[in-house]
Write a protein that binds this ligand. Structure first.
Ligand code: PLP
Length: 458
């Protein structure tokens, strides 16, 4: 059976593959041919194939090579339609970017730019200044801002710069884990600061912080709980009280906000999420937050606060190791510009939080009508439900929505989910009580028809 397999050289001399090699590259086609042959050899070895199977496979080998080549030459990173209703879905890339970010990033990245060149002086400049200027417009002239790779990096850098070798006081109710590998005690250890935990899981008083202060104390740390809440018999000092204590002992207060909204979400019906400006106004000396959570921009870790402390953090050699490139600066600059212009609807994550209920309901009704008309075997209902913000922001905040619930006469909900994932582009939805639920809040305008077509093809 092995002898019936052609050699790679022989295959590459065939007209169809010579033509393929001319279009897609000789090496890529040779690799695809080798992969298909290796696969056949392995199947023969495992005893799975009969003589006839091998003959059949050899007859179709050119098609198999072309398919293998298509797989090898297609991107692994693909766009996905998010029908889960989770706006900042970490597995699906968190915030979808405003269009302007890509226009700006393309213009800046496909050519040279003044990333670190001072056009006035004709000498070396700093990459920070491009966004620091806009952060000052949004947060106030006395606030300095620098940017690193993500918020985990921002926290690590702030702790190491401001507290290396010293103690950091933090409440036991704030020793959080975010998304698996970010755990406050571990980050603290790696940043070479010493964790001084105070209070209890549910209750920490300002007196607990005060008792822990000694001559090794370098920072008071407040961490946003992000993905959980403690309810019931609880107590946590106000940020203002922590700030007053810090001022009394001349110890800075660092707040890890996580999400860091620049826009007050109360107008979208989301309570209990302090904005970056709220924290700075309450007196936090440095705050850290993500670029791709409530801010709605590219992945980044942002540190905003008092000029002298931010300058100290910036002078840490670790900053150089955690800095971001021109793509991120361009995307962040364009995102911030939308805030400066108060053009909030151009930021998709904010837009999704602010879509009026009536608008969602109208879209849902239209899609449900198409599904009923075009997909056979399905039962389509509209039910009330909630979208969530996700990304560790406002864990208990829910945005009322209308959901499309779909059942199929022959296919289980899990089979439908699997089929939707195989669609091009893949569609991610969720299942509840045996029904597939579609939340159009996170389905971008223009994607509805793709969703309907996927159901049509079930
Ligand atoms: C999300 C989050 C982080 C980690 O931020 P990344 O941008 O994912 O690195 C850290 N701290 C808090 C409180 C968070 O919510």
């Amino acid at each position: 059976m092995y002898r019936r397999l052609p050699s790679v050289d022989e295959l590459l001399r065939r007209a169809s593959l010579t033509e393929l090699a001319r279009r897609k590259g000789h090496v890529a086609v040779a690799n695809a041919a080798r992969a298909v042959l290796d696969n056949l050899r392995a199947e023969i070895t495992s005893g799975k194939l009969t003589e006839d199977d091998v003959e059949f496979a050899v007859g179709d080998i050119e098609i198999a090579i072309e398919q293998q080549l298509d797989r090898a030459l297609s991107y692994s990173l693909r766009p996905v339609i998010n029908a889960t209703g989770v706006i900042l879905h970490t597995n699906l890339g968190r915030a979808p970017l405003p269009q302007s970010t890509l226009d700006h990033a393309r213009e800046i990245s496909c050519a040279y730019s003044n990333l670190e060149f001072d056009l006035k002086q004709g000498g070396r400049g700093k990459r920070d200044m491009h966004v620091d200027r806009l952060f000052r417009t949004v947060l106030g002239e006395d606030v300095a801002t620098i940017v690193v790779n993500n918020n985990a990096a921002a926290v690590m850098l702030a702790l190491n710069s401001l507290a290396e070798g010293g103690e950091v006081v933090v409440s036991r109710g704030e020793l959080v884990e975010i998304g698996g590998s970010f755990r406050i005690p571990d980050v603290m250890q790696k940043s070479q600061a010493i964790l001084r935990e105070v209070g209890t899981t549910n209750r920490t008083r300002i007196a607990d912080y005060e008792r822990a202060i000694n001559d090794r104390t370098r920072l008071l740390l407040r961490v946003h709980r992000s993905n959980f809440e403690i309810v019931g018999f609880t107590e946590q000092p106000l940020l203002e009280e922590l700030v007053a204590l810090g001022r009394r002992w001349n110890i800075p207060v660092l707040e890890d906000l996580g999400s860091g909204a620049l826009f007050d979400l109360r107008s979208a019906g989301v309570q209990g999420e302090a904005t970056v400006a709220d924290s700075l106004q309450a007196g936090a000396d440095v705050v850290t937050y993500s670029g791709d959570k409530l801010l709605g921009g590219p992945q980044a870790g942002i540190l905003s606060g008092q000029k002298d402390l931010i300058a100290k953090i910036r002078s840490n050699p670790m900053f150089r190791a955690l800095r971001v490139d021109k793509l991120v600066y361009a995307a962040l600059e364009a995102t911030l510009m939308a805030y400066v212009k108060q053009d909030y609807d151009s930021i998709p994550a904010l837009r999704m939080m602010r879509i009026p209920f009536d608008e969602i309901e109208a879209r849902v009704k239209a899609v449900a009508a198409s599904l009923r008309a075009r997909s056979t075997g399905t039962t389509v209902e509209l039910i009330d439900g909630n979208s969530v913000i996700g990304g560790g922001s406002a864990p208990s905040a829910v945005l009322p929505t209308k959901l499309i619930a779909v059942e199929h006469s022959l296919l289980s909900a899990d089979r439908i989910l699997a089929a939707l994932r195989k669609n091009d582009p893949p569609i991610v939805a969720r299942v509840e009580e045996g029904k597939v639920l579609l939340d159009l809040r996170t389905v971008l305008p223009g994607q509805e028809d793709t969703v309907v077509r996927a159901f049509e093809q079930l």
